[in-house]
Design a protein around this ligand. Structure first.
Ligand SMILES: NC(=O)c1ccc[n+]([C@@H]2O[C@H](COP(=O)([O-])OP(=O)(O)OC[C@H]3O[C@@H](n4cnc5c(N)ncnc54)[C@H](OP(=O)(O)O)[C@@H]3O)[C@@H](O)[C@H]2O)c1
Length: 367
């Protein structure tokens, strides 16, 4: 009788274990979300697909954001193409997108700064990429409350371009009142923010764009516009205290031809400098190759007693808070070119990859 009872008890326990395991796996199965994923290196059209992936679990100092909007940046299509393989290979499928705006869905146990329901925006840390997903993790220190006067689409257009330009013009170039700045490609995601920020800092702004965008960039505050289809910025002579190089290639070295003696060239698309190589943790051999590639720029800068810096932006919630204040006070305005639905996100990235966006390309993840 006792033996029978023990057998029944063991069976009962086993049934409970199997049942709870099933419930757990069912729950785990439930905790999934839609996310746009990179499936291989290649062109935008054939290398991305929407997949069901596990919803991320929040850790102590993190928040889980229910994504409302996200925006694409050139880094997204460059990564898909494999252009950044040397800096680290992707393991597929990999997430895509770095900008997010949304509502805090869950906070880690140490989080005091944000609470469930807060409207936030962030340029998330690389370890949490991507934001083209229904839920996204962000570190507390990389996140800020959204500008109170803006919606999700407008807010998602800001973090990456805003932080890059704030760090370039304020932190590194220290652009100040009365100085003259040349901003290459004033009509792009970076350029539209840069013109407005440089004007707010009191600088005299010259920018380049094509004929169709001349009046648009003037409307953003540019004092002088050079139509690159019919004019050459090299004709300006040594006119600028600061050049913000957003184009790279020959434009990086050419930027010194229009720089005043002792000026600053700040590039986000040109030759990587030694400070950034160190920031990336690149090995000595790669750093030597980069230094060799940068030799003309370094030599030219030194001859002119000028400064050359390449900047790779960093996520920064405190700076996003300052940037939010600039929008709230009306000093900056969000510039959106096109807004796509989540189901159209591949088309959105394809459009951006043509290189002629007029402001930012946003994806609405949910209504
Ligand atoms: N290092 C970093 O941390 C960092 C961060 C952000 C971005 N970036 C880099 O910065 C670059 C710019 O980014 P973005 O978001 O502004 O790109 P974007 O939005 O795609 O830029 C498009 C704009 O560039 C203009 N443009 C194209 N060719 C031009 C030329 N030859 N002269 C003047 N304007 C030209 C286009 O104007 P038209 O249509 O009139 O031609 C268009 O409005 C990208 O290479 C990106 O990867 C680097």
């Amino acid at each position: 009788m006792v033996c029978l009872l023990i057998v029944v008890l063991i069976m009962f326990v086993l049934v409970i274990i199997v049942y709870t395991t099933k419930i757990n796996s069912f729950l785990i199965l439930e905790a999934k979300m839609k996310s746009l994923m990179i499936t291989k290196y290649g062109d935008v059209n054939s290398s991305l697909e929407e997949q069901e992936v596990p919803k991320p679990a929040v850790k102590a100092n993190q928040i889980l954001i229910k994504t409302y909007s996200s925006s694409f940046n050139p880094i997204d299509y460059k990564i898909v193409s494999g252009a950044y393989k040397a800096l680290g290979k992707l393991s597929f499928p990999a997430g895509i997108g770095r900008d997010v705006s949304g509502i805090v869905d869950e906070v880690g146990k140490n989080v005091r700064k944000f609470k469930t329901g807060d409207k936030v925006y962030s340029r998330i840390n690389e370890s949490f990429v991507g934001t083209m997903a229904e839920y996204v993790l962000s570190n507390v220190e990389d996140t800020a409350l959204m500008p109170s006067n803006l919606g999700f689409d407008e807010s998602a257009s800001i973090p990456l371009v805003g932080l890059t330009t704030y760090q370039a013009l304020v932190d590194v170039a220290k652009l100040s009142k009365g100085e003259s700045v040349l901003i290459h490609a004033g009509s792009g995601g970076i350029g539209t923010f840069a013109i407005q920020l440089a004007k707010h800092l009191g600088a005299k702004v010259t920018t380049t764009t094509s004929s169709k965008n001349v009046s648009f960039v003037k409307g953003l505050g540019a004092d002088k516009v050079i139509d690159y289809t019919s004019q050459n910025y090299l004709d300006e002579g040594a006119a600028f205290d600061v050049v913000y190089d957003t184009l790279g290639g020959d434009h990086t070295l050419n930027s010194f031809n229009v720089l005043k003696e002792g000026g600053r060239v700040l590039s986000i698309a040109g030759t990587i400098d030694s400070i950034t190589a160190e920031q990336f943790g690149l090995n000595k051999f790669i750093r030597m190759i980069l230094a060799f590639q940068a030799r003309k720029v370094t030599r030219t800068a030194s001859k002119m007693n000028a400064t050359y810096r390449f900047l790779y932006m960093s996520p920064n919630g405190e700076q996003l808070k300052k940037i939010a204040k600039l929008y709230e006070s009306g000093k900056l305005k969000p510039i959106l070119d096109k807004t796509y639905k989540f189901s159209e996100s591949i088309q959105a990235l394809e459009y951006l990859s043509k290189g002629h966006a007029k402001g930012k390309v946003v994806v609405k993840i949910r209504e």
